[in-house]
Design a binder for this molecule. Structure first.
Ligand SMILES: Cc1cc2nc3c(=O)[nH]c(=O)nc-3n(C[C@H](O)[C@H](O)[C@H](O)COP(=O)(O)OP(=O)(O)OC[C@H]3O[C@@H](n4cnc5c(N)ncnc54)[C@H](O)[C@@H]3O)c2cc1C
Length: 398
C-alpha cells in the first residue's frame, strides 16, 4: 500500500486527494498543513466572506466527514521544515519525521509584507487566511477609513468590498496605472472610473513611504507628497511562493517557484508540486510559468494526485482567472503579458459594461480579458477564445 504525504493544506492539496482517490482507493494519505483550518477557498476572503455573505462552512472545500470517508490523516497546525530526498522523508518543525513513497509539495504562497517603516503596527493587515479576513470583517464598519495599498486584484477587491460595507476607501497604487498587469491604459482607466463611481478614492503614482501611528495603532499612510488618514491599512502588494523551507533540500527552484515538468514532477524522484508554488511548462506557450490562480490550483492539484497514483499524464489544462468588483465580473484567459496590441470590442460604458479586450502578440491571440461575461451570456465566446488562444489564431494588427 503506497504512502502518500501532501505538504500544504490549500486547494491544490484538497484536489490532489481527489486525484489520488480517483485511482487508488487504499493508499495511506497524510496531509501536513501549517494552517489550523481544513482547506478552504481563498477567493471569497476578499469578496463574499469578507462582505458577510458567506460563512466558513460554505467556503470550505470539503467538510470533515469527506476527509474521514476518504481515509485522510490530517495534521493541522503542523509545519514541514525540510525534505530528505534520499531517505524519502519530510521533517516537521516538531522534529518528527514522516516517511513517504510519494510526496506532493503544495505549500502555496504568502502575502508580501509592506516593506516600509510602521508596516508592523496594529491596524495594518495582509490578506491570505480566513483568520485575517475574519479580523478585517470585524474591523470594517460604516465610516471606517480604509487605506488599501496596491491597485491590483486583491487590493481592488478589498476596496470594493469595504466600500460595499460603508467604509471610506482610498487605494494607493505606486505605478502609473491600476491593474498594471493588464498592460493597457484604457482597460486600467475603465476599472479606475468604475471604482471611483462607487465613491472609492484612487491615487496612482503614490509610493507609500511609511505608516503613521497614534496610541500604538495605524492612523494614516504617508507617501512622499501626501498623507491619508486611516483606521485600517490593507496591504495587497503581491504574494511569494512558500519555498524558503526547501532552500537546502536540493530542489530545482526558479524565481521562488518549484520547477516541475509536464507531469508536474520535481527533480526529485516521487515528488510532485502543484498550485501557486509550482513553476510548470504552460501547455499552450510551452514557457515556464507560475500562476497564483484558483483554477490553476484546482486543476494542477487534481492532476498531480492522479500522477502520484500512477497516471503519468501531462498537465494540459488551459488556465483562466476570475475576479469580481461590485456587480462586475472579470475573466482573464491566456497570457496578457507584454502584448503588441490590445483591441477592446464591446461597450465599456459604466452603466452596462460588456466587452472583451483581445491581447495580440506576434500576430497571435495570446490572451483576453472579458468583462461581464455571465450577465451578457457570453460563455460561448469564452470557449471560442480559449480555442483561438490554444491554436494561436492569426490576428491582423494595424
Ligand atoms: C484574498 C484572496 C483572494 C483571491 N481571489 C482569487 C480570485 O478571485 N480568483 C483566482 O483565480 N484566484 C484568487 N486567489 C488565489 C487563489 O486563492 C490561490 O491561487 C490558491 O489558493 C492557491 O492554492 P494552493 O493550494 O496552491 O496554495 P494555498 O492556498 O496558499 O495553500 C497552501 C497551504 O500550505 C500551507 N503551508 C505553507 N508552507 C507550509 C509548510 N512548510 N508546511 C505545512 N504547510 C505549509 C499554507 O499555510 C497553506 O495552508 C485569491 C487569493 C487570496 C489570498
Amino acid at each position: 500500500m503506497a504512502k502518500y504525504v501532501i505538504v500544504g493544506g490549500g486547494l491544490a492539496a484538497a484536489s490532489a486527494i481527489e486525484g489520488i482517490r480517483d485511482l487508488d482507493k487504499d493508499g495511506e494519505i497524510t496531509v501536513v498543513s501549517a494552517e489550523r483550518e481544513l482547506p478552504y477557498h481563498r477567493p471569497p476572503l476578499s469578496k463574499g466572506y469578507l462582505a458577510g455573505r458567506e460563512q466558513l462552512e460554505t467556503v470550505r472545500i470539503h467538510d470533515a466527514l469527506w476527509y474521514r470517508d476518504n481515509r485522510v490523516r490530517y495534521r493541522l497546525g503542523v509545519e514541514a521544515r525540510s525534505v530528505h530526498m534520499k531517505r524519502r522523508s519530510v521533517t516537521l518543525t516538531s522534529g518528527e519525521r514522516l516517511e513517504y513513497d510519494r510526496l506532493l509539495l503544495a505549500t502555496g504562497s504568502h502575502a508580501r509584507r509592506l516593506g516600509v517603516p510602521g508596516a508592523d503596527t496594529p491596524g495594518v493587515t495582509l490578506l491570505r487566511t480566513v483568520a485575517e479576513s475574519t479580523a478585517l470583517k470585524a474591523a470594517i464598519k460604516p465610516g471606517t477609513k480604509v487605506v488599501v495599498v496596491g491597485g491590483s486584484f486583491i487590493g481592488m477587491e478589498v476596496a470594493a468590498t469595504a466600500r460595499g460595507l460603508g467604509a471610506e476607501v482610498t487605494v494607493l497604487e505606486m505605478g502609473p496605472l491600476v491593474y498594471g498587469r493588464f498592460a493597457d491604459p484604457s482597460l486600467s482607466d475603465f476599472f479606475k472610473r468604475m471604482l471611483e463611481s462607487h465613491g472609492i478614492r484612487i491615487r496612482t503614482g503614490a509610493r507609500v513611504a511609511r505608516v503613521k501611528s497614534s496610541a500604538g495603532r495605524a492612523s494614516g499612510v504617508a507617501t512622499d507628497t501626501e498623507e491619508f488618514p486611516a483606521d485600517l491599512v490593507v496591504a495587497g502588494v503581491g504574494a511569494e511562493p512558500n519555498t524558503g523551507w526547501l532552500a537546502n533540500s536540493g530542489f530545482g527552484i526558479d524565481r521562488g517557484g518549484l520547477i516541475v515538468n509536464v507531469r508536474l514532477e520535481t527533480n526529485a524522484e516521487q515528488v510532485w508540486a502543484a498550485g501557486d508554488v509550482a513553476r510548470f511548462p504552460d501547455p499552450i506557450t510551452r514557457q515556464p510559468r507560475r500562476l497564483e490562480h484558483w483554477d490553476n490550483a484546482l486543476m494542477q492539484g487534481k492532476q498531480a494526485g492522479r500522477n502520484m497514483a500512477g497516471a503519468g499524464e501531462a498537465y494540459a489544462h488551459q488556465s483562466a482567472f476570475f475576479s469580481d468588483l461590485f456587480d462586475v465580473t472579470i475573466n482573464v484567459l491566456g497570457d496578457t503579458d507584454k502584448p503588441d496590441a490590445v483591441d477592446i470590442k464591446g461597450s465599456s460604458d459604466l452603466a452596462a459594461p460588456n466587452f472583451t479586450a483581445h491581447y495580440v502578440r506576434d500576430h497571435k491571440l495570446a490572451g483576453a480579458v472579458m468583462v461581464n461575461l455571465m450577465t451578457a451570456n457570453r460563455t460561448e465566446e469564452f470557449d471560442q477564445l480559449q480555442k483561438s488562444i490554444a491554436s494561436g489564431e492569426f490576428v491582423e494588427t494595424g
